[in-house]
Write a protein that binds this ligand. Structure first.
Ligand code: ADP
Ligand code: MG
Length: 169
């Protein structure tokens, strides 16, 4: 069975960690946004103010849609990409409370300005709002990683996958 899972969330909530664990468990390819962007040059430039690449969302979306249509199973983690929802089995939005997110982003070497910016975005539920505007509610699930271990988060994600798509794990 083909399986397409998208994982979104503010930086530091645990997307890459969960995607790696899910990919291993379900034998899926894990597509990490930045790797695709850098490998194929899917960016429009560099934003010096945000200190980040300006991603060519059209090209990334197209890449993922083509992959799905050619029959690949994968889980994708990175910034919000608006694929044709009918090609997607499940969308996970991860959350993490500020008190823990602050520590995770600090460990990553983010400036305090960038840390507070991300915590504010997380508190406002920006990512979840954007994702829910695009993907149908029966495909979007949220998971809180604040006080969970990566294995606990994996278990919760597998429960959701089992329930939603009756995928045999
Ligand atoms: P993202 O890809 O969303 O930016 P990462 O997966 O890189 O986040 O995780 C950021 C940090 O949080 C890492 O240090 C990781 O060990 C920790 N972490 C990730 N997921 C969890 C989790 N479910 N529970 C506890 N800590 C986690
Ligand atoms: Mg990541």
């Amino acid at each position: 069975m083909k399986l397409v899972i998208l994982i979104f969330g503010t930086p530091g909530v645990g997307k890459t960690t969960l995607a790696n664990l899910l990919a291993k468990k379900l034998q899926l390819e894990h597509i990490e946004l930045l790797e695709v962007v850098e490998k194929y040059g899917y960016f429009l430039g560099y934003d010096v103010f945000r200190d980040a690449l300006i991603i060519d969302e059209y090209k990334v979306t197209n890449y993922l849609e083509e992959k799905t249509k050619s029959g690949s199973s994968f889980c994708y983690s990175g910034v919000e990409i608006f694929m044709d929802p009918s090609l997607v089995n499940l969308v996970l939005v991860l959350h993490c409370e500020g008190r823990v997110l602050r520590k995770r982003l600090k460990a990553r070497g983010y400036s305090s300005e960038k840390i507070e910016e991300n915590i504010a975005a997380e508190n406002l539920g920006i990512v979840e709002g954007i994702v829910k505007d695009h993907y149908p509610p029966d495909k979007v699930f949220t998971l809180d990683t604040t006080d969970a271990t990566p294995q606990e988060t994996l278990k919760s994600a597998l429960n959701i996958i089992n329930e939603v798509i009756s995928f045999k794990i």
